[in-house]
Write a protein that binds this ligand. Structure first.
Ligand code: MIG
Length: 716
């Protein structure tokens, strides 16, 4: 085994000769051979890493997965899966995020950099045993030391590199639905947002916009003059975001297909001919995103749509999802024929139904095709978790070619650690179930720990029918997620914010307006997380070490100043909240009405009416708000409002940049540092402006520990 010191407190142990995943950006240097600390290694048929957990040890991380923020008691499998029923027993979802943190008697992080299947048994089989099973002996194992959860996470975020930054408009509200079938219907969605005066920045085009589900085509019949249409919708204040699928339709004269064949850019079967699977368009080939030439080719194809004025995309079906293959179908049909006129018993009957249910995303298929990695053929199964990652990387690298300094919106369904440098993710096909609001809340901090900052769930739920109350409560949480998108499946009840009774529409309008008013805070905190390689969402124990904060999973810290405690249960009009210190509670009904109440440390049962969004401002912290507008570009920041909860002193950095380019990397950003100090019964406000040319005035509501409000205004 070769051992490397990557940075202070981070070591890499190399087993065999692993496939490079590009998850880690730091190389480090080789040091004397030593055994990995903490873990015992069993090297038999497969490789097992074991750790004996103390009774109170907690385990965090694992990104996009079921269960709690604390993963103890669960069993998980890293294998990007297209599974549209996210029940609590599911071991894998769309992402493979093999980073976990043991927090207890000993504290350390573990990252398994291996792109095939990895199993995590976190005290499921044996209550005190953590077991990681890898079906290959070529991998990099990273061990990260640190004194706290935050320190370990920060080190991990340093070694995987800085997060993707979307354009600022991608922090606005976004509307999607599978089945906006033509230009007229999309226009109708835009007009409804205008009519109901609800802010919205973008409208999505799901597979319906394509011609026969062919990537980089637009149906001429349903979107006759696409370029002008994109322009017209943009003039109304919305951007259109088309979907791109992984599979390329097999069809003579379809340029993407022809070029892929000619240049050998598709994945191949055992015999070397392009591998055939079926997805939306029927039979497809899969672009070999692990081949850098293929990646370059596919990435530049996005230009077909950017030339029409498109500025954002979502990459779907890139686990890759497979509906069926010829192999699967013929085996299934063979079984059907064998079953004809037979007296099927309990076993043979279910075998019959299983052979059809097992057609999709079948392991046999994943094992039967190959990638060309620098001239070497590699079986898909071994690199499965890199596929969606590299599709999104292809897009991101394509955008660099197309317009090198422009930020495009891009996010993916499948992912692996490291993909966060190229794009965001959404959490796939959830349901309109109350349980999925809570799952969404628990997933966000776990995703942040693995690097994925630009993420969010299908608000309101993808499958199934949502009622108004569910969409309201979910939106009241999602307004804090960087990717804030309402999405639903074809055939389900409409769930756009204007699709309900007028009282519900009024509540949703105010909820979305709060997002826009809070955008200065949300964007500042997001960008600080990117730059400082930190998280945006955190569980309470990132900041508070008391015995309750360690276990709270239904309240979250959002950036440095805020704590949230959303309602996620049907018909609930109150909930329990643990306050680890005094906080300032603002139940927002409308963001321009400030009703502020100081809450003591301790347990509270708080009324939260259907139209209320509770914000908890932490002690000696502040939040910054502007006003709403109907899209991000119309937000103006001449006058800003600060709500501060000050015991003795609070400082805040308000970050801003052009929101469109990467110039911020060269220092083209502004910061206003706001410092409020309590002196006797008054406050001294110090404002240090580093380059912000927009803000002219700041209005303060400063609340002290007894709840007295002092109002001040400062000219900038
Ligand atoms: O098999 O494009 O997760 O967001 O609406 C379903 C149709 C394919 C799955 C995505 C979903 C999208 C849907 N897609």
């Amino acid at each position: 085994m070769r051992v490397y010191e990557i940075m202070d407190g981070v070591k890499k142990y190399r087993f065999g000769s692993p496939i490079s995943t590009d998850a880690i950006v730091l190389e480090g240097y080789e040091i004397d051979n030593e055994k990995p600390r903490y873990l015992t290694i069993e090297n038999n048929k497969d490789l097992k890493l074991k750790y004996k957990m103390a009774v109170k040890d907690q385990v965090f991380g694992l990104g996009e997965n079921q269960k709690g923020i604390n993963k103890r008691g669960g069993v998980f499998e890293a294998y990007c899966s297209d599974d549209a029923v996210h029940t609590p027993d599911k071991k894998s979802l769309y992402g493979a995020h093999n980073f976990l943190i043991i927090h207890g008697a000993q504290k350390f992080g573990v990252f398994i950099d291996y792109p095939g299947r990895v199993k995590f048994d976190i005290g499921f089989t044996h209550r005190d045993e953590l077991e990681i099973i890898i079906d290959d002996k070529n991998l990099d194992l990273y061990i990260i030391d640190g004194d706290s959860l935050r320190e370990i996470v920060n080190k991990f975020l340093k070694i995987i590199g800085k997060s993707y930054v979307p354009p600022k408009w991608a922090f606005g509200f976004q509307q999607c639905r599978w089945s906006y079938v033509d230009a007229e219907e999309v226009e109708g969605v835009a007009d409804s947002f205008i009519k109901y005066d609800i802010p919205c920045d973008s409208i999505y085009l799901d597979i319906d916009y394509m011609e026969d589900f062919k990537d980089f085509t637009v149906s001429k019949e349903r979107f006759p003059d696409f370029k002008n249409f994109v322009k017209g919708i943009k003039n109304k204040g919305f951007r259109l975001i088309p979907i791109i699928d992984a599979g390329v339709k097999i069809e003579e004269d379809y340029d993407i297909y022809e070029e892929g064949i000619e240049n050998e850019y598709f994945c191949v079967g055992k015999d070397g001919s392009p591998f055939v699977a079926a997805v939306w368009p029927g039979k497809v080939h899969f672009p070999d995103f692990l081949n850098k030439d293929a990646r370059k080719w596919f990435g530049y194809k996005y230009k077909v749509l950017t030339d029409c004025g498109i500025e954002g995309f979502w990459n779907d079906m890139n686990e890759p999802a497979i509906f069926y293959t010829e192999r699967g179908i013929s085996e299934a049909i063979g079984f059907v024929e064998k079953s004809k006129n037979k007296n099927l018993n309990i076993y043979s009957f279910f075998q019959l139904t299983d052979c059809f249910e097992g057609l999709s995303n079948n392991d046999k298929d994943y094992k039967s095709f190959y990638h060309n990695m620098n001239g070497k053929l590699v079986n898909h199964d071994r690199i499965h978790n890199l596929y969606g990652y590299n599709m999104t990387r292809a897009a991101a690298e394509g955008f660099k070619e197309i317009d090198s300094n422009k930020r495009f919106l891009i996010f993916s369904r499948a992912s692996y650690v490291g993909m966060h440098r190229y794009g965001g993710i959404w959490t796939g096909d959830n349901h309109s179930w109350w349980e999925h609001i809570l799952l969404n809340m628990k997933m966000m901090p776990s995703l942040n720990m693995c690097g994925f900052l630009y993420s969010g769930a299908d608000t309101g739920g993808f499958s199934g029918d949502a009622n108004a109350q569910l969409v309201i409560r979910w939106t009241q949480f999602s307004l804090f997620t960087p990717l804030f998108r309402n999405h639903s499946a074809m055939g389900t009840r409409k769930q756009e914010p204007y699709a309900f009774d007028i009282e519900s529409v009024d509540i949703l309008r105010e909820t979305i307006r709060l997002r826009y008013a809070l955008l200065p805070y949300i964007y500042s905190e997001y960008m600080k997380a990117v730059r400082e390689q930190d998280v945006y969402f955190a569980p309470l124990l990132f900041e508070y070490e008391d015995k309750y904060s360690k276990h709270v999973e239904n309240q979250l810290l959002v950036g440095g100043s805020l704590m949230i405690a959303p309602i996620y249960e049907e018909n609930a009009l109150a909930r329990h909240v643990w306050l680890p210190e005094e906080m300032l509670l603002w139940k927002v009904v409308s963001y321009d009405e400030r009703v502020l109440e100081v809450m003591d440390r301790g347990h509270h049962f708080i009324d939260i009416d259907i139209n209320e969004i509770p914000l908890f401002i932490r002690k000696n912290k502040m939040i910054i708000l502007g006003n709403h507008a109907n899209n991000v570009e119309k937000l103006e920041t001449l006058e800003m409002n600060i709500v501060a909860f000050v015991d003795n002193r609070a400082t805040y950095t308000y970050y801003d940049d052009d929101g469109m380019t990467y110039d911020f990397k060269q220092g083209a950003y502004s910061e206003i540092i706001i410092d409020i100090e309590k002196i006797d019964e008054d406050y001294k406000i110090n404002i240090h402006n580093n380059g912000n040319k927009h803000v002219k005035k700041m209005n303060f509501d400063i609340v002290d520990m007894s709840g007295n409000i002092t109002k001040k205004s400062v000219k900038i």
